[in-house]
Design a protein. Structure first.
Length: 237
């Protein structure tokens, strides 16, 4: 099954759900499918996993990346609204807004309400059952309602991103999908796709899933896992 997502798509989720990794890989996948893609970094919360960390790769593929002005690149509060407003007014075939985590992270969307209200918008909640507060359906719904209240936008679909980073096994993907099915049943929201790292996909039974699987190649690394230009692992930067 192919992922055929188009239009203005907001990727949201609780802190640590993997929404930025999902947003970046979705942008790459759809660009390689041959459609025009833009992506904006609206993450005001997470200092490590931000779309801007993958800027060079994305732009090399022809994905337009909207970031704060250079003077704000490492600020806690990126100044984005004018650029993003223009992006919303003139969207590409796929325009991705990578929102921050939790209800606090999506407050910037409320500032764009006037622009977003004039467009058809899809807001996808990324769920990782191995993160705090989303281990069960009740917790996922609570996060959903908090995000909707802060952003003033309704979530329209679900994305499963079950992983334990380097410790992920096929059974973790299956468990995450099972939770997502229960969440879909409880909320009436469609499962748009789930994710799985490229090394895990060959071990999965594709017949287990009734939705597409987005192959993830990790682009986001925390500072303690980044390499220097000489290939030496840098700690604490």
């Amino acid at each position: 099954m192919n992922i055929d997502i188009k239009g203005i798509v907001i990727i949201c989720g609780n802190y640590g759900s993997g929404k930025t990794e999902t947003a970046v890989n979705l942008a790459i996948k759809r660009k390689r499918d041959g459609i025009d893609v833009k992506i904006a970094d609206l993450d005001l919360v997470n200092p490590y996993f931000r779309t801007r960390e993958a800027r060079v790769l994305l732009e090399s593929l022809g994905v337009k990346v909207i970031l704060p002005d250079r003077q704000y690149m490492h600020a806690d509060l990126p100044i984005l609204a004018p650029a993003v407003a223009g992006m919303i007014q003139q969207p590409s075939e796929l325009t991705i807004l990578d929102a921050g985590g939790d209800d606090v992270g999506v407050t910037v969307l409320a500032a764009l309400e006037n622009h977003l209200s004039k467009k058809k918008v899809h807001m996808l909640q990324v769920v990782n059952p191995f993160r705090p507060f989303t281990e069960d359906v009740k917790g996922c719904i609570r996060i959903k309602e908090e995000i909707e209240a802060s952003s003033k936008i309704k979530i329209t679909g679900l994305v499963g991103n079950a992983n334990l980073i380097d410790e992920t096994l096929p059974e973790h993907i299956y468990k995450g999908y099972d939770l997502l099915k229960d969440l879909s049943l409880a909320t009436g929201l469609r499962i748009e796709f789930i994710t799985a790292c490229s090394n895990i996909i060959p071990q999965l039974d594709p017949g287990y899933f009734s939705c597409p699987v987005l192959e993830i190649e990790r682009k986001m690394n925390p500072p303690w896992k980044r390499l220097s230009s000489k290939g030496v692992l840098i700690h604490g930067v």
